[in-house]
Write a protein that binds this ligand. Structure first.
Ligand SMILES: C[S@@+](CC[C@H](N)C(=O)[O-])C[C@H]1O[C@@H](n2cnc3c(N)ncnc32)[C@H](O)[C@@H]1O
Length: 423
């Protein structure tokens, strides 16, 4: 495709995404569905440019007013993913000079907000938690996330799948913490692989795998994945149960549970029972009260731990929206806890990095429910033979209390988990 046409299309897509009406990944997928003319390389340019614009929006907002042409074109030029020569062949002389001036701007000349590219309401809680590590986090959020796979240990071994992928010219290395994970270089198409078709692999961030591992569901147990969504964790839990017992996958979104069905079919799990619930106090939940061995609450959250994958979230979320979510998280955790039988386990998890969605919810729950005893997540992970478990955890007197994953420390998304046993 001619560079000029590609840049114009990229500017159109940037304009659509920056309306923030819908999640960026949905806008990009829809654009590709509506424009079948783009090949894989052009699609990569379009998508990566959009994501760079979202990652560096404050910097580009600062640089773009000195340029010419529409705002979305200027943003697309600044974030353009591809060789400079190719880009320049799409620009007029004024634009070329402007781009050279922008390229010459030194990092040290920029205000802090143009370097971190985060909304102020998010900067304060991150700095309070991380201190000097705030800037390494910022650097990690400017990079795309690695592609992690979870091997379905029900029928396959990680080392065998690793060899199988190598035969398909895919370099995969075992993830450092999850016993089920493989990390892949690049973003290859996986759906054509036999390993994918027969359910031996699923795309899942290593951190997400660790949440399912923490539940430690066993053969023959009754287990509930309370906010199962499209079932990423459900599938991992079903495999740890060796396809025995009963695993309920609840969610208020029937649409999301529908996305679980083909994945379930590939996985060959028959112990999973998806069910849409009206709300967290649904009749179905009442009937199961006190009967369940293990309950995972992977709560709806701000998703701010996934900014490497979803950089639009920092512009689509707000302090007010987070506050509303915390009320929901508290209510869901309290209702889900009723399911846990005496001696059973409860895990509360989010993919947020904000203490108000994490430690604050867990501590309020502990205070209100003395029959639930907090466990040190690091001890549980040690018991599950996870390497360097202590480095994955924080909080409590021992600093081992909660699972607390960060992109810059662990190369995973930002995740939190608290674990209780019911007396
Ligand atoms: C973080 S997502 C779950 C992701 C999923 N566990 C996975 O691993 O792919 C949170 C889910 O909670 C669901 N949800 C929201 N409110 C709920 C409620 N009151 N009860 C149960 N699920 C709820 C949402 O529909 C969403 O699918």
């Amino acid at each position: 495709m001619h560079p000029k046409a590609l840049l114009e299309a990229t500017a159109d897509l940037v304009g659509l995404v920056l309306k923030f009406d819908h999640p960026a990944d949905q806008v990009v997928s829809r654009f590709f569905r509506d424009h079948r003319e783009f090949g894989p390389r052009e699609r990569a340019t379009l998508a990566e440019t959009v994501y760079t614009v979202l990652r560096k929006k404050l910097l580009f907002d600062h640089l773009s007013p000195s340029g010419t042409g529409s705002k979305e074109r200027r943003m697309a030029i600044l974030g353009f993913h591809g060789p400079r020569d190719f880009l320049k062949s799409a620009l007029n002389d004024v634009e070329k000079r402007w781009l050279d001036n922008c390229d010459a701007v030194q990092e040290s000349d920029l205000l802090e907000r143009h370097r971190h590219n985060l909304p102020e309401w998010l900067v304060a809680p991150l700095k309070a938690q991380l201190g000097d590590e705030f800037w390494p986090l910022v650097a990690s959020l400017q990079q795309p996330a690695p592609l992690d796979l979870r091997v379905n240990m029900l029928h396959d071994k990680r080392a065998d799948v690793q060899k199988e992928l190598a035969k398909a010219a895919l370099k995969a290395v075992p993830t450092p913490f999850s016993p089920w994970g493989l990390r892949i270089e690049g973003k290859p198409a996986l759906t054509k692989l036999d390993a994918f078709a027969r359910g031996a692999i699923e795309v899942q961030d290593e951190g997400s795998q660790l949440l399912a591992l923490l539940l430690d569901a066993k053969r023959g147990e009754m287990v509930v994945d309370f906010c199962a969504g499209a079932g990423g964790k459900t599938l991992a839990i079903g495999a740890t149960m060796r396809n025995t017992g009963r695993l309920y996958a609840f969610d208020t979104s029937a649409h999301r549970l529908d996305a679980l069905k083909p994945r379930l079919a590939r996985s060959k799990l028959s112990n999973v029972h998806p069910a849409a619930i009206a709300h967290e106090r649904d009749e179905r939940i009442k009937r199961l009260a006190g009967k369940i061995d293990r309950v995972l609450v992977d709560a709806p959250c701000s998703g701010l731990g996934t900014l490497r994958r979803n950089p639009d979230l920092k512009w689509r979320q707000s302090a007010k929206a987070v506050e509303e979510l915390t009320a929901k998280q508290t209510a869901i955790l309290q209702s889900a806890a009723r399911l846990v039988k005496s001696g059973g386990r409860l895990v509360y998890a989010t993919c947020s990095v904000l203490p108000e969605e994490n430690e604050a919810i867990a501590e309020a729950f502990s205070a209100a429910n003395p029959d639930f005893v907090l466990q040190d997540a690091a001890d549980l992970l040690d018991g599950l033979k996870v390497d360097a478990a202590q480095t994955l955890c924080a909080g409590g007197e021992s600093a081992r209390r909660y699972l607390r994953l960060w992109p810059h420390r662990h190369a995973t998304d930002g995740f939190f988990a608290a674990v209780w046993n019911r007396k």
